[in-house]
Ligand binder design. Structure first.
Ligand SMILES: [Ca+2]
Ligand SMILES: [Ca+2]
Length: 410
């Protein structure tokens, strides 16, 4: 919007048909611009405004009071409809006809009415007062005229008079009033919030609240009650323990369940069935006999026979204890000419490598015809993988001498 410009904003409001007549609901308008925020509250009145039309042929609104001299119902040229009110025609000199009504107004409003006068101009006068403040004075011939005045909150007296001086009657010698719209007796709606737990049923009017979570607005008198039904949680929880669980003084070693009642932030019970699963640690023994020089198991390399225990974790989070009984069954092939048992080669029947117990200066492999097939220096083993199956001679030369060994390649 440009500065100084105006726009028309249309709001379509639909009042819930359960709203009681006579309440007003504040419609809060918040306008936000670059210079700040303006808030304005417009009361939306539920029902018809209080208008005295006299069309019932009586003073129909409750609360009218007459003075010592009356106003009467009249059908002579009303402002609207058939009826209006008129100062009593029997009124004579120095008398005042008076009609008043008291209203308590809770927020700024207005009063409006139509009046007509036919009197001795300047002497016999129609008056309208709010709390004795004279707001209208008219005399002579005055056609139907509308008057409207602001009314501030508070208790107010609205008074219509026709007052004659001490002599002379002129014209119809009376005043008329019609279509008096009084300040609406606002019964401002109150707002209240009630928190409920799901399952705590509450009958409100024709409704039963509490079966399902959610928010429900209910009008009760002039109070709009917002019920919030908080869910009462119920469900299953799985809980796992290893081997045993001490619960309420009992040691459980097998699955069990119990009900757990907790309280939510809104004070609603929440029922949880806890299924406790007891998982058991696993114990296992693995026996391994190998001809290899070492054995690699779960990240560790073992070179000596013996029992080794490792602790693993099962999928349930419990220990899994495994004992390895490891036996190295290496062929004890001492290479005799070098030194009995000082140098070992193993295995002698292999699909892959032959390992030496120590590094040797020269290792040679011959076929049975004496042809040199492989020669390696400074090695602790020799790889037969590339060779075809068959019988070979391994010849090892060390500082202590030379020895040959029969090797079978599978
Ligand atoms: Ca009327
Ligand atoms: Ca007079």
């Amino acid at each position: 919007m440009a500065p100084g410009a105006s726009v028309t904003v249309t709001y379509n409001l639909q009042a819930d048909n359960r709203l009681p007549i006579g309440i007003s609901i504040p419609l809060v308008l918040t306008l936000t611009g670059t210079e700040g925020t303006a808030v304005n509250t417009l009361p939306i009145y539920i029902g018809s405004p209080m208008v005295e039309t006299f069309e019932s042929g009586t003073f129909s609104l409750a609360g009218w009071t007459q003075g010592y001299y009356n106003w009467i119902i009249d059908t002579t040229a009303p402002a609207a409809g058939i009826y209006c009110a008129r100062s009593d025609s029997a009124l004579t000199h120095s008398q005042t006809a008076e009609l008043a009504i008291q209203r308590t107004v809770s927020m700024a409003d207005s009063i409006s009415f139509w009046y007509k006068v036919s009197s001795e101009s300047g002497y016999d006068k129609f008056h309208f007062y709010i709390d004795n403040e004279e707001l209208v004075t008219a005399s002579g011939e005055v056609a139907w005229t509308r008057a409207a005045f602001a009314v501030q909150p508070g208790s107010h007296n609205f008074r219509f008079t026709y007052s004659k001086d001490g002599s002379v009657n002129r014209n119809s010698d009376c005043a008329w009033i019609d279509n008096i719209t009084l300040p609406t007796p606002r019964n401002d709606v109150q707002f209240s919030n009630v928190d409920l737990c799901q399952g705590d049923l509450q009958v409100v009017g024709d409704d039963t609240i509490g079966r399902t979570p959610g928010s429900f607005a209910v009008v009760s008198g002039n109070t709009l009650v917002e019920y919030t039904v908080h869910p009462a949680y119920s469900g299953l929880i799985d809980f796992a323990a290893c081997d045993s669980l001490l619960w309420n003084g009992t040691v459980y070693t097998t699955d069990f369940n119990y009900n757990h009642i907790d309280t939510t932030v809104y004070g609603c019970d929440s029922l949880e069935t806890v299924n406790v699963h007891i998982f058991h640690s696993a114990y296992d023994t693995v026996e391994i006999t190998t001809q290899a020089s070492n054995f690699r198991w779960h990240g560790e390399t073992y070179t000596e026979s013996g029992e080794y225990t490792i602790t693993l974790t099962t999928t349930a989070g419990c220990d899994s204890v495994v004992t390895l009984i490891l036996t190295f069954d290496r062929p004890q092939n001492g290479i005799g000419d070098i030194d009995d048992n000082a140098l070992l080669a193993y295995p002698t029947i292999t699909t892959g490598s032959v390992m030496f117990s120590t590094e040797v200066p020269v290792a040679e492999l011959y076929d049975l015809q004496g042809r040199l097939l492989l020669r390696r220096e400074q090695v602790s083993g020799i790889d037969l993988t590339p060779l075809p199956q068959g019988i070979y001679l391994l010849r090892i030369t060390t500082e202590a001498g030379t020895a040959a060994l029969r090797i079978e390649r599978l």
